[in-house]
Ligand binder design. Structure first.
Ligand code: DAK
Length: 258
């Protein structure tokens, strides 16, 4: 297998991206993050790609966090100059839906990356946590915010203040995950879900993702207004005409992403 920290392949309309540093549980160093962004932006610009799946090589981890070796001796200025948050912002800007397929450890920056994705399909072996408190810091890529929104204040407080890991079942019950599946099929299930999404009209899918994400940024009335405009806009796509015509004609629609 290649030594590149990011591997990428296409399965029809689905791009499968692998975090590939299994010896260090896919810890997210700068090189990996830069290649990840490059891969995601490349897939986002490719009209053939309709959904992306990210998983970790080796099955022991999705990612055990940012690379601690990169940060251990860093100063405030070093951290500021690295401008890592801008990297995370670029992942958030990807319009194609992204599914995190998680097996094993999903910790710190790894958990933040999974939460930045649009859905999480987890193996029964997965463990989720924000253990930064145990190394003298707190989550720095959205963990305190996204985990709190996903599982609520009471549970987020416990997770982040103690650094405890949650099992996949616990994370599912708390609302962090889309699905929990047996370890042997977690990637297959994530790709299957991605293929289901890839069969839907691509522009409507991207606009639905964008509109759902608005729910985290706006008051309800503004979000509903945003949704209504997005809904109207879709009436200018060929896929809307095709979808409704196919329904009337009782046949399967053929979507073109136009
Ligand atoms: N960084 C570097 N190496 C790591 C690592 C990490 N996060 N996690 C594991 N490794 C390495 C280990 O050092 C070990 O390497 P060798 O000793 O074999 O060379 C190898 O992976 C296997 O790990 P272990 O031997 O420790 O395996 P165990 O099964 O015993 O333990 C573990 C697994 C996951 C419980 C343990 O490795 C662990 O506690 N890892 C650290 C987890 C952690 O603290 N993660 C949070 C890191 S801080 C930001 C963006 C992001 C972040 C911050 C800011 N900005 C945008 C500003 C994120 C910060 C973090 O994620």
């Amino acid at each position: 297998m290649s030594d590149d920290p990011i591997l990428s392949k296409l399965d029809n309309h689905v791009a499968i991206v692998t975090l590939n540093r299994p010896k260090v549980l896919n810890a997210l160093n700068i090189e990996l993050m830069d290649q990840l962004i490059q891969a995601l932006e490349g897939h986002d610009a490719d009209p053939n790609v309709r959904c992306i799946v990210i998983h970790g090589a080796g099955n022991r981890a999705f990612a055990a966090g940012a690379d601690i070796g990169d940060m251990a001796e860093a100063s405030v200025v070093d951290m500021y100059e690295r401008n890592n948050l801008a990297r995370w912002g670029r992942i958030k800007s990807v319009r194609t839906p992204i599914i995190a397929a998680v097996s094993g450890f999903c910790l710190g920056g790894g958990c933040e990356l999974a939460m930045l994705c649009d859905m999480i399909v987890a193996s029964e072996t997965a463990r989720f946590g924000q253990p930064e408190i145990n190394i003298g810091v707190i989550p720095g890529a959205g963990g305190t915010q996204r985990m709190t929104r996903a599982i609520g204040k009471a549970r987020a407080m416990e997770m982040i203040l103690t650094g405890r890991f949650m099992t996949a079942r616990e994370a599912f019950d708390a609302g962090l995950l889309t699905r929990v599946v047996p370890a042997e099929v977690y990637l297959e299930e994530a790709v299957h879900l991605a293929k289901e999404i890839a069969e839907r009209p691509p522009i409507a899918v991207r606009i639905a993702k964008d509109t759902i994400n608005k729910a985290f940024e706006t008051p309800l009335s503004e979000g509903i207004e945003y949704e209504r405009k997005a809904f109207y806009m879709l009436f200018d796509t060929e896929d809307q005409k095709e979808g409704m015509k196919a329904f009337m004609e009782k046949r399967k629609p053929q979507y073109k992403g136009k």
